[in-house]
Ligand binder design. Sequence first.
Ligand code: PMP
Length: 442
Amino acid sequence: AQALGVNRSTVVTAMEELAAIGLVEGRGSGGTRIASDTWSVLLSGAAPDWGRYIRSGSFQANQPTVQTINRLEFEDYVRLGTGELSPALFPEEMMRRVLEKLARRTPPLHYLEPLGLPELRHVLSERLADQGITAPPSGILITSGSLQGLQLISVGILSPSSRVFTEAPTYLKSLQVFQSAGMSITGIPMDGEGLLYRELERYQKAPGKNSENQLLYTIPSYQNPTGTLMSEERRAGLFEFCQKNRLPVIEDNAYSELWLDSPPPASLKARDKSGMVLSLGTLSKTLAPGLRIGWIAGPESVVRRLGDIKMQTDYGASSLSQWAAAEFLTSGLYDTYLHGLRKELRKRRAAALRVLADYFKGLADWNVPEGGFYVWLRFKSSLSIDRLFKKALEHRILLNPGSIYDFSPNHALRISYAYEPPEAFRKAMKTLADLGRGLDSL
Ligand code: PMP
């Protein structure tokens, strides 16, 4: 940097940007090197300039921190923020039984119809009815995880001039999906009861509001990343507000079955008689993210449109996964398993709250989640989460900094009690608190 006469942070930022799109590779303490295929471009005039192609793709690169997390999750780190169940909590034995039963039938090796396996849509329709949601199988589209549902929505019914309102902070991949599609995303603040929907009023009154498709994306139950449960009163008010302003809603119910104390208040979709809510569901947080099974329930016209795009995209989610999911749900095993899972998560939550009380008093604030996986740990504003992230890596601890979920800087971490077993969680959290106190006193 000195030789070039530029400031060091400019070089670091430039390197991070080059690394984010794969032109250079970080080598940990070994510094940064030019990626091997970038060398081949430099050395031989004949190779295509992939760098130029890579930079022109329409998807944005993940932030460097997110790329680091995605990479290190598969190395030997204690993962304090991972949004996934511990491998020990997956119902391996039940799944083995389901797969053995399926293996005795003719395996479904063919393509499936555009909306997905009828048996799976049927059982989902019944389960949704139990939650007060009217969704016939013809109004349900099976997707490859609910993230694909968001992707289909962003290319199927929105355009780059659309505006998506979300909670601030929110699930990071939903932000990326919408951002890559060119939409403007507006974060709406929350309190302990969820989204402060009155803040949406000023956008509804903005001139020319009808010239763009606006939509609200919300995670009312055990929100990612804050763990917040939207209260009954807030849900009722939000629903009425959206109805009055004809503002469609994507309701992401990824965690709603993971209630720990009592079931969450009725979903927005359960209140919906006019078809203004698209409800997203997934088996990733409860059963197995590797199945890649999610769904969208909504008005048939929208579901058919998204199903048509899905046929253009991947011609359907894996038929084997759909069969396994349908069998798991219809066999009754799923409910037995969920019952046991809640019990285990309740224990882990209690252990996590004890750890927080033991080590984090005076250093940070946190919420007590009523379900799902997450505690939103807010440090004092003098502490640099970026430095904490790097320091923790030196101790083989991987963190999910709050900034990757937010629109403006924050001083929070997303902590999950679902991934690490309680003993490993306690040990790593103690180290984290020590590191936090060290940085705080600098
Ligand atoms: N929505 C939310 C709120 C999530 O937290 C996740 C997973 N982290 C998803 C959707 C996506 O899950 P999948 O694509 O695996 O169904």
